[in-house]
Write a protein that binds this ligand. Structure first.
Ligand code: 3PG
Length: 423
């Protein structure tokens, strides 16, 4: 496989698929540029070799053209970050894109328009409702599949080489994340540096973990974590459960959880997971205590209860002090740690303490020599809020992509370049 570190980009145009799907505030200012910064090593390597960069990215989930999701909005900040000329191309295909790509000089960056403005990118019809019968809908979908290939092929003609650095979008089998790779020769397509780091981090926890290995999983839904739990069951020593999903487990044990979140249809699944853990010798930890309120609000009066004795009118908002202490103890004895998902309603400051305690413990374990991988919006936000970004081993830029990678799935954006990935 072609390695970006050894590749000489001098005189070449590189089409770099990044994930610059960054959040904006009401004034149109980027509120978190982590994903942009994470792609800088790849961009700098290409530019300093004497190559030029053509950036392809999606932004949000538009249905057709939407000025609020134009990549023009990220150009000023990319200029500040790179200190090189950054030109915006108002389209991502056609004669204008071709001309602008050809006019690009070494050391310059061209940012193509949001690739999701074209329905070919995702291969998903923008307006399926316009088809009144099944036959027409089927024909339209088949036609779109062909147009999707054509879009990928056309975009490939803009550049000499293809670099995929979009880990955050690697779970999408889209035109510019996956299909496009087939239009470049094996020595003309490669992973970017961010992608390499992300893949290495995932491989390290899934296949090279030192023991004890502890996975801390939080968030509201058991359903979104089932596949991860099952894939981790043969690998971890400890499985710490936090967040809203803990209550489904507690209910499965016969506990009283009041009005706490519960996926009734997943109670059997939770029970099955606990039985499997027991059979495999995995220690599954549920929060001993819970901070609960009557209202779902930051300032709602809160009290702490044993998690299996939450009063009928109350709902769990965060793990309690005893759970924080129990989890900390386990985390500090671990050599490998994976954390995905908050321990409580992290967006409310008053119920962020459990997540913060986990973040502190993960950082402390890392200082003592453990390897830690943190991913998922709220866990990463928590680490960043506490200024602990440099105190954990790796902070992933992937949301859904990281989850699918940990589930053990072959990500389309990765196998398109390396068909042997994960084998
Ligand atoms: C993300 O934000 O997780 C990635 O950019 C993928 O976005 P998507 O879920 O809209 O495909």
């Amino acid at each position: 496989m072609t390695n970006i570190h050894q590749f000489d980009f001098s005189g070449l145009r590189a089409l770099v698929r990044v994930d610059f799907n960054v959040p904006f505030d009401d004034q149109g200012q980027i509120t978190d540029d982590t994903r942009m910064r994470a792609a800088l090593p790849t961009l700098r390597k290409i530019l300093s070799d004497g190559g030029s960069v053509i950036i392809a990215t999606h932004l949000g989930r538009p249905k057709g053209r939407d000025p609020k999701l134009s990549t023009a909005l990220i150009v000023p900040h990319l200029k500040e970050l790179t200190h090189v000329p950054v030109i915006h191309c108002p389209v991502s295909r056609g004669a204008q894109a071709k001309e602008m790509a050809q006019a690009l000089q070494p050391g310059e960056i061209l940012v193509l328009e949001n690739v999701r403005f074209e329905e070919e990118e995702q291969g998903k019809l923008n307006n399926p409702d316009q088809y009144t019968n099944e036959e027409d809908l089927k024909a339209a979908k088949a036609d779109l599949k062909e147009r999707q290939k054509a879009y990928a092929k056309e975009m490939a003609t803009l550049a000499d080489v293809y670099v995929n650095d979009a880990f955050g979008a690697a779970h999408r089998a889209h035109a510019t994340t996956a299909l496009i790779a087939q239009y470049f020769a094996a020595d003309k397509k490669m992973f970017g540096m961010l992608m390499l780091q992300e893949v290495e981090a995932v491989q390290r926890v899934l296949h090279g973990a030192k023991h004890p290995f502890t996975a801390i999983l939080g968030g509201s839904k058991v359903s979104s974590k089932i596949d991860i739990i099952l894939n981790l069951m043969d690998k971890v020593d400890n499985l710490i459960i936090g967040g809203g999903m803990a209550y489904t487990f507690v209910k499965a044990q016969g506990g009283e959880i009041g009005r706490s979140l519960c996926e009734e249809d997943k109670i059997d699944v939770a029970r099955d997971i606990m039985e499997r853990a027991k059979a495999k010798g995995v220690r599954l930890l549920l929060p001993a205590d819970t901070v609960a309120t009557c209202d779902f609000a930051n300032n709602a009066p809160a009290e702490t209860y044993p998690t299996n004795q939450i009063p009928a009118d109350r709902m769990g908002m965060d793990i309690g002090a005893q759970a924080c202490a129990d989890y900390r103890e386990v985390i500090l004895t671990s050599k490998t740690i994976l954390w995905n998902g908050p321990a409580g309603v992290f967006e409310f400051d008053n119920f962020a303490r459990g997540s913060e305690a986990i973040a502190q413990a993960v950082a402390e374990a890392t200082r003592q020599g453990a390897y830690s991988l943190v991913g998922g919006g709220d866990s990463v936000a928590c680490i960043n809020k506490l200024g602990l970004g440099d105190e954990v081993s790796y902070v992933s830029t992937g949301g859904g992509a990281l989850l699918e990678a940990i589930e053990g799935k072959a990500l389309p954006g990765i196998v398109a370049i390396d068909p042997n990935y994960g084998k």
